[in-house]
Design a protein around this ligand. Structure first.
Ligand SMILES: [Zn+2]
Length: 181
């Protein structure tokens, strides 16, 4: 796994060394204004894209926020919103509800998109995060999957949140809430 870099750079290590089309060596070349991966053997240019991910902001009837404690790197032991990466064969919404169920044991209903955020050159490379406001419609609160603990926190007593993209979602929903009142 890549380590957390100190700053953004146009050049970064690729996850791939060999061409997925032909197995040839991949090299970095300046192509259309960017350093891109090109196969030495077949010449194919391999474009690199961010990974799409989801996070869920769920509050109970007391306005407390549901957080999961991370059991897997990065940031083991820190708290974050339930969520994860979208997989092939599922829609963004299906991924959101699947991750919610896997990590919290709860069945959710998506109320709407809160915001979209980018993380550039982080632990997983580049990530695009879509945040959903969510309500619980069933299930039993149980930490599962890559969470070691899951619970609701009062909004004035939140722990340190592991990811800046998650902090952004929480901040947006807070501001929205203040606008309502
Ligand atoms: Zn190739």
């Amino acid at each position: 796994m890549p380590t957390e870099p100190s700053h953004f750079s146009d050049y970064r290590e690729s996850r791939f060394q060999f061409c997925p089309e032909c197995g040839g060596d991949l090299v970095r070349e300046q192509i259309s204004g960017r350093l891109r991966l090109r196969c030495r053997k077949c010449g194919e240019v391999h474009y690199e894209n961010p990974f799409p991910a989801v996070a869920l902001v769920c509050r109970n009837e007391r306005g407390e926020l549901l957080l999961t404690r991370r059991a897997e790197p990065p940031s083991v032991g820190e708290w974050c919103l339930p969520g994860g990466f979208i997989e092939v064969g599922e829609t963004v919404q299906e991924a959101a509800l699947r991750e919610f169920k896997e990590e919290t044991g709860l069945d959710g209903r998506l109320l709407g998109v809160i915001d979209v955020a980018s993380r550039v050159n982080g632990y997983w490379g580049d990530v695009v995060l879509i945040g959903f406001e969510t309500e619980v419609i069933g299930g039993v609160l149980t930490a599962g999957d890559d969470a070691s603990e899951v619970r609701f926190f009062s909004s004035d007593d939140l722990p340190e949140i592991a990811f800046d993209t998650h902090r952004k979602m929480i901040e947006v929903i807070r501001q929205k809430e203040q606008g309502r009142s």
